[in-house]
Design a protein around this ligand. Structure first.
Ligand SMILES: *[C@@H]1O[C@H](CO)[C@@H](O)[C@H](O)[C@H]1NC(C)=O
Ligand SMILES: *[C@@H]1O[C@H](CO)[C@@H](O)[C@H](O)[C@H]1NC(C)=O
Ligand SMILES: *[C@@H]1O[C@H](CO)[C@@H](O)[C@H](O)[C@H]1NC(C)=O
Ligand SMILES: *[C@@H]1O[C@H](CO)[C@@H](O)[C@H](O)[C@H]1NC(C)=O
Ligand SMILES: CC(=O)N[C@H]1CO[C@H](CO)[C@@H](O)[C@@H]1O
Length: 416
């Protein structure tokens, strides 16, 4: 009898208590994902300071306290003149993790995102805008690390007070939570402006698994405004700034590639069918503009990039295509998709023809043979092609082994 009661008790402790605690945590802090499954955190705003974000037509941003250990970090507003930049609200405050709270080498601030589906795929985005929040602008650069679970994600190297740093990753956490941590590496106080989590359709980004994540390449490529490498090809860039939700149902950020004089854009008003790339019926305005050479006698487009890190890595390229012009009968647009001049090694494609108003993604991988190596993806017209190549969208990720996504910084119950 007693044994049975003890067993029930043990089971309660082991199985039910954590669930109950989780529920309590979530209720206490009101940190359920919104109706889209999105978690949108504005770091450093006071408890109760949630709001509807204008730039995303009403996504609800919430305070960060509920995602942190009680009392972790301090909040601050950015200082003039850096407030005066027509910034989204989430850049106006930061959470920072000074002194003893984050001794060098320690995981200073850890955000715990809960109520995830184990094995599901998620986009995680962390944003940083220094804005002289601590009045110590002379101390720049500030460098700290960002971790996903126990894995290093990237270094955040803040060299300018008025620059916005944006990092995105696609992850597949094996547990129902994911931690994003800021790590002091002895080069200044870690801080953060915003943290977003977006559930993705399971068939998007199958390369992200329990053991490896996709890190959106961060490589400065002027004239693009931001370092992250997810591009749309609308122009002029000054007008078509950033596409995100509701234009992208998953709220990925698509920035203009930049107004390179060597290419022009072809646009259509008609919808592009995206069922083959996202199984979602939302026609995507992002893909309704394509780049093509400005000079019709030039029969190729080249997109160079190089490593953002000292480490060698494998890159995953996603090239989005949809034909936007009705071609005369018998005429075709046909081109090779080459990576570093090769169609075979990385899964490039020979003689590819985009479908009329229907989007497809061509994936390609390339392994960097040495750190900092330069690479180029080239679209080269086939000799019999009536028209030069086009491209409608481009993403570049590094594929990073991340075996410890589910690691919490403490064992046992989640702390809330
Ligand atoms: C940070 O960026 C600056 C400027 O690009 C560079 O000189 C410096 O080496 C970087 N620091 C680290 C730790 O990467
Ligand atoms: C992850 O790695 C573990 C151990 O190496 C392996 O058993 C498991 O099948 C891998 N999971 C995936 C999704 O690749
Ligand atoms: C187009 O390119 C061809 C060959 O590269 C060149 O001879 C020609 O001058 C260019 N035309 C213009 C308008 O730039
Ligand atoms: C989607 O792909 C399938 C298989 O390649 C093809 O038959 C179908 O026409 C495509 N649909 C669209 C809208 O592109
Ligand atoms: C350079 C160029 O042709 N830009 C065009 C890109 O598309 C927009 C929208 O259709 C046009 O307004 C631009 O003129």
């Amino acid at each position: 009898m007693e044994e049975a009661a003890a067993a029930v008790h043990r089971r309660w402790r082991r199985r039910l208590l954590p669930k109950l605690m989780l529920l309590l945590c979530a209720v206490v802090h009101g940190q359920q994902p919104d109706s889209l499954g999105f978690i949108s955190i504005d770091c450093g705003i006071p408890d109760g300071g949630g709001y509807s974000d204008e730039s995303t037509r009403g996504l609800r941003y919430v305070p960060d306290a509920g995602f942190l250990d009680a009392g972790a970090g301090l909040s601050a507003g950015i200082n003039p003149p850096y407030t005066d930049r027509d910034l989204a609200a989430r850049y106006l405050t930061v959470r920072y993790f000074p002194g003893a709270a984050s001794a060098a080498g320690e995981r200073g601030g850890c955000y715990t995102l809960r109520q995830l589906s184990p094995g599901g795929r998620y986009l995680v985005r962390a944003t940083f805008y220094y804005g002289n929040y601590d009045g110590a602008i002379a101390m720049l650069p500030v460098v700290f690390d960002l971790h996903l679970g126990a894995n290093r994600w990237t270094a955040v190297n803040v060299t300018a007070a008025d620059a916005i740093y944006i990092f995105e990753a696609v992850v597949s956490p094996p547990a129902d939570f994911l931690q994003v941590c800021l790590v002091n590496i002895g080069k200044g106080t870690p801080f953060i402006s915003g943290l977003d989590l977006r559930p993705l359709k399971p068939e998007l980004y199958p390369e992200a698994t329990a053991n490896q994540s996709l890190l959106l390449l961060n490589h400065d490529r002027p004239p693009a405004r931001f370092a992250f490498n997810r591009y749309q090809f609308w122009r002029p860039a000054s007008y078509y700034k950033l596409f995100r939700y509701p234009f992208d149902p998953y709220d990925r950020l698509w920035q203009p590639y930049g107004d390179d004089p060597s290419w022009t854009n072809i646009t259509v008003a008609a919808a592009v069918d995206v069922t083959n790339i996202s199984r979602s019926d939302d026609p995507s305005p992002i893909l309704r503009s394509a780049a093509t050479p400005a000079n019709a006698t030039v029969r190729r487009l080249d997109f160079p990039w190089s490593s953002d890190d000292a480490a060698t890595t494998t890159y995953l390229l996603l090239l989005y295509f949809a034909e936007l012009q009705r071609l005369p009968a018998g005429a075709a647009r046909r081109f090779d998709v080459l990576v570093d001049g090769d169609a075979s090694a990385g899964g490039g494609r020979r003689g590819y023809t985009p479908r009329y108003l229907a989007a497809e993604v061509v994936r390609s991988t390339v392994r960097a043979a040495r750190p900092g190596q330069r690479h180029v993806v080239s679209l080269v017209a086939a000799p019999d092609s009536a028209l030069p190549p086009i491209v409608n969208g481009l993403e570049i990720y590094s594929v990073q082994p991340m075996p410890e996504l589910a690691t919490n910084d403490r064992d046992g119950l989640p702390i809330c």
